[in-house]
Ligand binder design. Sequence first.
Ligand code: PGA
Length: 255
Amino acid sequence: MAKKMIIANWKMNPWSLKEAKEIFGGIKKTAVKLKKTETVVCPPFIYLNELKTKNKGIKTGAQDIFWDDRKTSYTGEISAGMLKDAGVEYVIIGHSERREYLKETNETVNKKIKTALKNGFQVIFCIGERSRSDGEDYLTFVREEIEEGLKGAPRKLLKNLIVAYEPIWAIGKKASEADTPEDVLQMVIYIRRIILPFSGKDLARQFPVLYGGSVNPENAESFLSGAGVQGLLIGHESLISDHFGKILKIAEKIK
Ligand code: PGA
């Protein structure tokens, strides 16, 4: 059976390398003991080289990648080659905070996905609607994110695609404000249907879908066992190594 994937998205935290090492070390202690759970930590770029690990029980991911992988000039950007050199295997692309505050569009997300896949990374492609209020066509919004995000992506590379469904309204809140496993399950079925023309039938059935949005040790089990997801993308709770460790142990126990 495929491993559960529990992915930490540290966002713009913590503020010192010392703290980053402490949290990473705390997570690693639990992660290395697990057999059925893949643990990935995505710290800010500046810590990646320091957290480089040869331990197969824990991997690192980047929170973004630049879409041009040539050796050329883009002030402030980080290339695929640099990430590989830092031992990175996973890349988060299209997180809603980047879409909102850095004005990333489906088009830039698409370019980044293609570059990351071409360079052999596991791509954590984030999608999710802003709200579900009346009149808000959230299904169309999510469909467009997927269709435009994957446009022209070579089918044979999509085996390295992971979709993270993160409804924006559920991010950064208390567990009680997270989405429900029932609704996430519906979305997972919907997402697989939309990806089908891009991936073909076999892959559309199997590729990993994760849930993200206010997951903590209280609600992790309900998502992992009832939402049809293969894992979780965790923000603020991933900075507390005890809490993240608890979630890892919950994932390990689930059949
Ligand atoms: P959260 O963030 O767990 O703090 O809600 C999830 C994310 O944005 O990836």
